[in-house]
Design a protein around this ligand. Structure first.
Ligand code: DI6
Ligand code: FE
Length: 401
């Protein structure tokens, strides 16, 4: 039985003109799949949902978050506002390690309770797929615990979750000064177990002067690929380590942040088909002086995704709409590019472009109905929720809270 969504203005987000606009068409949904997009006159039978001229877009995809964690770091933000740099706080044992202590202390159930308000905020805005990273556990048991929490959130909350292992986020205190030994633990124990339990789609790293070197990241990416996992990286966020080019050689799904990316890195991404994930929230909260090379990425044909980077340190906000807005105001994206960045290209960054990210026949029926006059409003207006309906896998689905 096909259900027809009629009288909608379809922002399909296919790369065929602004917003992939299709007017005068109806969308047929059979089961969990978009089974037809046809001129209104061709709808002959089945159940009909009349959206009365509202806009329909694909479900939003937040392709880079760290939303499972314990505690918060508002005190560090206060310090940063008085001029103490993020890197200095990290060197003093704060930063990521602060959240590691708080996350290790919580049970799986307690971590779920802590993460739910953040996840619900994203869902209320129209997120239908969210990537969730580990990286605040940094032991085998605690990384598995975080990824199990991510999976449970996907099972209970009406949102697709893509789990990513980020054991290489920081060197844990018990390995201080012995980063290579910790990388041994990651490649010999953590990656094989996560792959065995199928708890993640991809393996991420923090490739940075205060975290892991390019050779260390390459060891991790090689072993991840060997275990059938995709690879990604936090690259060139604070300094240029040339990690992006190395990641592209390993067939990376996405390179994320990229403020200090150079031309060689851009060329490597273009050649490998690696997606650039822009994280303007981290840029904004860190008052980062250098913008990512958006114009050069665009000119090279590198797909641009936009995500929240939702995390307690550098990007403590749960709003994909604000992330899209910041990408326009701070990085110079058009609203069309920003919306594509949180739909089509975000799906690509998660290796799901075949099934998610646009309104096309054969894709999953994850879509949103909006009370807006024009899709640019979804990116432009903040603080007012114009989401009218949210459909995941063909079923209406709203945040529980
Ligand atoms: N880069 C970031 O911006 C976040 N992780 C990373 O590798 C920061 C995470 C944190 O500060 O807790
Ligand atoms: Fe991040």
């Amino acid at each position: 039985m096909t259900r027809w969504w009629i009288n909608g203005r379809l922002a399909t987000m296919t790369p065929t003109g602004a917003y992939g606009l299709l007017e005068g068409h109806a969308m047929g949904v059979t089961g969990d799949t978009i089974s037809a997009i046809v001129p209104m006159s061709e709808v002959v039978h089945g159940e009909v949902v009349d959206v009365q001229g509202r806009w329909i877009t694909p479900g939003l995809v937040d392709c880079h978050t760290h939303l499972v964690y314990g505690g918060n770091r508002a005190n560090e933000w206060e310090m940063r506002l008085t001029g103490v740099p993020y890197t200095e706080i990290a060197r003093r044992g704060g930063g990521i390690l602060n959240s590691v202590r708080a996350t290790r202390a919580l049970s799986e159930d307690e971590l779920i309770e802590a993460a739910l308000p953040r996840l619900h905020a994203l869902i209320r805005e129209g997120v239908t797929t969210v990537e969730i990273k580990s990286g605040y556990g940094l032991t085998l048991a605690d990384e598995l615990k975080m990824l199990r929490v991510a999976r449970r959130l996907g099972e209970s909350e009406g949102v697709r979750v893509s789990g990513t292992l980020l054991a290489a986020h920081a060197v844990p205190p018990e390995y201080a000064g012995r980063a290579d030994d910790y990388v041994d633990l990651i490649v010999h124990s953590i990656i094989p177990e996560v792959a065995h339990q199928k708890l993640a789609d991809a393996v991420d790293v923090f490739c940075e002067s205060i975290a892991f070197s390019v050779p260390q990241c390459e060891r991790i990416w090689s072993v991840a690929r060997h275990h059938g996992l995709a690879v990604k990286g936090h690259c060139e966020q604070l300094t240029n380590q040339h990690g992006t080019a190395a990641l592209a050689r390993h067939g990376g799904w996405s390179a994320d942040h990229l403020e200090y990316l150079d031309d060689a890195g851009i060329a490597a991404m273009a050649e490998a088909g690696t997606t650039a994930v822009l994280l303007p929230g981290a840029y904004y909260f860190l008052r980062e002086p250098q913008r990512p090379p958006v114009e050069a990425l665009r000119a090279a044909g590198v797909p641009l995704a936009v995500a929240t980077d939702l995390n307690p340190g550098t990007s403590p906000f749960a709003s994909i709409r604000m992330a899209m807005n910041l990408a326009c105001v701070l990085f110079g994206l058009s609203p069309d590019e920003a919306l594509a960045g949180a739909t089509r290209n975000a799906a690509r960054a998660l290796g799901r472009a075949d099934r998610l990210g646009t309104l096309e026949v054969g894709k999953q029926a994850d879509f949103l109905v909006w009370d807006v006059q024009h899709p640019a409003e979804i990116v432009c207006s903040l603080g007012v929720n114009q989401l009218s309906r949210r459909v995941v896998r063909g079923e209406e689905c709203h945040a529980r809270i």
